[in-house]
Design a protein around this ligand. Sequence first.
Ligand SMILES: Nc1ncnc2c1ncn2[C@@H]1O[C@H](COP(=O)(O)OP(=O)(O)OP(=O)(O)O)[C@@H](O)[C@H]1O
Ligand SMILES: [Mg+2]
Length: 229
Amino acid sequence: MIELRDVTKTFDGKARVTAVAGVTLTIPDGDMVAVMGPSGSGKSTLLNLMGGLDVPSSGSITVAGRDLAKESEKGRSLFRRSHVSYVFQAYHLMPTLTASQNVALPLHLAGRPRREVEAKTAEVLDEVGLAARAGHLPDELSGGERQRVAIARALVTGAPLLLADEPTGNLDSARGQEILDLLRSIHRERGTTVVMVTHDPRAASVCERRIELRDGRVEADHAVSGARP
Ligand SMILES: Nc1ncnc2c1ncn2[C@@H]1O[C@H](COP(=O)(O)OP(=O)(O)OP(=O)(O)O)[C@@H](O)[C@H]1O
Ligand SMILES: [Mg+2]
């Protein structure tokens, strides 16, 4: 469960920006949620806070029973490794590593034995339909394939929480739909909690709930009728 209590995040640059302004919400385990809202409304900031990539200026964020605002940098880093996987809009793949090496990276970093790394990597590449592209470098893959590699890399650790920041943002509508279908099947088959930032109205059709932000506040929060999670 993710629980935010009156969470605020301000950035102190030349001008002070309140990116998240008093958000209180609960996301139960196993939900699939879309976070929507105009550019600059605080969506990415909120996602980063939920994933322990950043800390709130005030308020509390409890994920899987841990108050992230009270954890040390090291504590949050360990938390991220075991609990959270992240899919970015721009894929963030290592350009010099093949698809399969990119997917294997989180397991290597976690010090898993080589046989386990190889087996798990092959399994998730197969799951995202890329077994035949395992040896390709990122620039030998299409945008949709790169995003599937990024999703495979997010899946490989088996983290219970998947955070995705505009996972279909760079894709045409057919490739975008494939990514949404893939996220939906991960959610359904693994019971992974998925929180997805998106501008894509089709995302509503795969999420059970839609949270709309404006100026760092929750403007609307409703169940999506007719969703097909
Ligand atoms: N590191 C930072 N330093 C200063 N201001 C920041 C920082 N990160 C975000 N902001 C500001 O906080 C506000 C919210 O940013 P955020 O990236 O969360 O928006 P967003 O809803 O994800 O927008 P987009 O749809 O364009 O990605 C913006 O006004 C942004 O300029
Ligand atoms: Mg953003």
